[in-house]
Ligand binder design. Structure first.
Ligand code: NI
Length: 173
């Protein structure tokens, strides 16, 4: 399939609420998912949402064994999640570093629910339901936000921890 252009913050499609997928296991859906994986892997992303490649549907992918963009993160199972729902399991909030392929070069510390239950469907329409914490929970919340037109800078509380990756971390290298 194809490595697609990732839309950048400011593009109106990234601000839209995406539409639910109505039909599973269609050629169009399977092509979309293949393009999303090609694009995510090409850019070493930890996840990608369909609106980021210009398709306003409620489809996200995520997962990696080791990710060079997040070298300290624990692995996350490779997942295709369609029409997702996220429910926090407690009020605990954790701050953690995030980046986004639609916001290249920047990083911020972003508050997220520490523990969530998420559900949705795989490409065949089979139900997925998981309880997760840590980076896995963070990635899911980040990707699902994309489906509601929300990018991580809108979640930042402490703007001291928002900046260019090179400037924030470059001095350590
Ligand atoms: Ni993102």
């Amino acid at each position: 399939m194809t490595v697609k252009t990732v839309l950048l913050m400011g593009h109106p499609t990234l601000r839209q609420v995406a539409e639910p997928v109505q039909e599973f296991n269609t050629p169009a859906l399977n092509d979309l998912i293949a393009d999303m994986f090609d694009t995510m892997r090409h850019l070493d992303g930890a996840g990608l949402a369909a609106p980021q490649i210009g398709v306003s549907l409620r489809v996200v992918i995520f997962g990696f064994g080791h990710n060079p963009r997040y070298p300290d993160a624990e692995s996350v199972p490779e997942t295709i999640l369609i029409n997702p729902e996220v429910r926090p399991l407690s009020d605990d909030i954790e701050e953690g570093w995030e980046g986004c392929l639609s916001v290249p070069g920047l990083r911020a510390s972003v508050p997220r629910y520490a523990e969530i239950c998420y559900s949705g469907f795989d490409p065949l329409g089979e139900k997925i339901e998981r309880q997760v914490s840590g980076f896995h929970a963070r990635v899911v919340q980040h990707e699902v936000d994309h489906l509601d037109g929300i990018l991580y800078p809108q979640r930042i509380r402490d703007f001291d921890n928002f900046g260019f990756e090179q400037a924030l971390f470059g001095h350590e290298n």
